[in-house]
Design a protein around this ligand. Sequence first.
Ligand code: C2E
Ligand code: MG
Ligand code: MG
Length: 705
Amino acid sequence: MAREREKKISKITRGSAWLSIVFYFIAYHVVAALLLAVVAVMFYNMLYAKISSESGSIKYLAKIYEASMRLNGENGLDVLNTDNRPFFVKDLNGNIIYEKGRNTCSDEGINIGIPFIGHEVFVYEDTEEDYFKEGLLGFALFNFADKDDEQSGRLDNIKIDNGEIVEKEAEKEVVSLSSPGFGLVSFSSMADEIPVWLPVKINGGRYTLVAKVTIGMDVDDIELMVALVEAFILVNLLIFVILIFSVIRNIRRQKEITDLLYRDEDTEGRNWMWFLVYAEKTLCKRRNAGRRYALVNLFFVKYRNYCVVHSLEAGKRVLLKAYHTMCGYLGKEALVAHVSSSSFALLLEYQQQEELKYRLEELIRELEKTDDGHKFTFQAGVALIDASIRRGRIRKRKDVNLEKDYNDACSARETMEHSEDSGIVFYDDRLMDEQKWIDAVNEHQEKALRNEEFLVYYQPKYSPDTNELRGAEALIRWQSPEYGFVSPGRIIPIFEKNGFITEIDHYMITHVARDQKRWLDQGYKCVPVSVNVSRAHFIEEDLAEQIRDMVDAAGAPRELIEIELTESAFFDDKNALINTINRLKGYGFLVSMDDFGAGYSSLNSLKDMALDVLKLDAEFFRGDADAERKEKVVAAAISLAKSLNMRTVAEGVEDREQVKFLADQHCDMIQGFIFAKPMPGAEYEVRMREAANRPAEGEEREEAD
Ligand code: C2E
Ligand code: MG
Ligand code: MG
């Protein structure tokens, strides 16, 4: 997960830098391609022009030769000797019938023309030069070598006038490229000539005159090409500079974006995202191999209360102070991040668990003093990261699961939820088993409901003085094929957390209503059975209607169903609760307050809600506390309930003396092991039968009389 997030962040931040680089490469290639195309066209155009003009000279020579042959017969060949250009004459079969100078003409030829336009001149390559193999353009740009103008023609000095051969003044000058004035040194050493052999048909095509010509390069042409190359380099440099600027700007932006992503709004420090990325990096560093680390969930107890009493701003100030205290106390090596309003995550290196505990205790002591006028409390859940890892082994990314470790640390911390004091709990095997159990319940709950693995147990309620069956409470049990018989204490809190409790409540109400209907049909004398309805359920606006419909659908009389609400439910939305209770009562159901006296005082709720039954919590009848005081409280609670027209049930009664005391106080019912434990429906049927068979109180007395 951390990896995914890190990848996403670097993708966003690197994206813009990549864009610049891609842009640079595209621009580079487009400019380069354009420039090369222009240079190629120019170069070939120039070659074509030069060769065309040389071709004119050779044709002229051929004409002189033909004229001379006509005038002088075989001796006409001498006229060709007037030009010191190497040449040869070949017949149609390719036999050389005359040659002069070194014949370095290759058999291979090439068409030289202007790209995209097409005018072409055929030339033979010179065997001593391999320009064409290397590519003319490449040659032109890089391969020029100084050469002497060996073959500068004397042909230009000969002229045919009326069939006569006459001498004339030289007109043309071939310019050497070695003249200075080029921007780049490498070009200044270029030579000015490319030798090729030009073929011209003579004697009506029976012979071919092939003469060596050199193509002289013009300084202007080369200068232009060099200027273009220079322009290309400059444009390229410009694009490169722009790219560098853009990359620098992007890197700055990246830093700003990552800073924003990793910054916590409340403390201006680091957030959870940062923690995940850097904790993983720390753990996987080579130099940290074998070191021990602990992940801590540090919880600011009652932070929200502080914000409510003071202000959100004041709360933030305290949070900021606490964050700085943590960073200061733990030093640079530790990672500290603010995760959510009251929670911080810490990654600490440690040697021994005891030493770590001591350090955390000291830190908490510092944190408790965050505000002068206030004593805060902090709770820490600690998960020791892969303590089993071999010493010296480098952690791989796949070995690290920070989310799970933090979750473990939170689970450890949550075991202190009932308390408001500071404390430290290490995640251990017991907690791990608990976590596994929670996962198993989550996984199996749907299937268990579908397969009716949940059983309804009934715990009878008896009158303390007459031992008469007056009611019962329906309590869930899970008969799991995988985990055996499971008590509600192990599943109800999980269902309450994961929301499945509403399904369970529906299931129980439906099953109890069906049982009651069946028992009535079978002639049993049924008593009201109470069903626990979770406080989570009371947020549903139409809860009363849902219950009514379920009971009606089963065909059970509504007055035989009692709805038990736990005391803690009375702290939720009071008006909604009163509304639901009134509607339930209106539909004919009995409503009771469960576990009265167990937690926070709900005396106030009694004032507002006309409940039918008050169930005194089992705590009243347990422990070694002063028996006399306990009795006084119980007596007062019963008398209070009576004065409010409520019936009373004492839960968890286990001994005779308590029964006697409760009878004296006119407690209406006792639900305790002294009379009966929760039992399956079949056993409860026996209890109902026994109750029906026993003589009524009056009858008993009459008989006794
Ligand atoms: P509760 O509603 O207060 O139920 C009374 C609990 O006290 C039952 O525990 C019962 O077995 C136990 N008890 C009764 N008399 C004695 C006694 O004399 N000694 C002792 N040691 N215990 C006694 P149980 O069945 O384990 O249920 C525990 C809690 O689980 C219930 O407390 C209730 O809050 C919850 N619960 C059980 N079934 C359901 C259900 O179907 N739906 C909901 N929402 N909660 C349920
Ligand atoms: Mg109950
Ligand atoms: Mg109870």
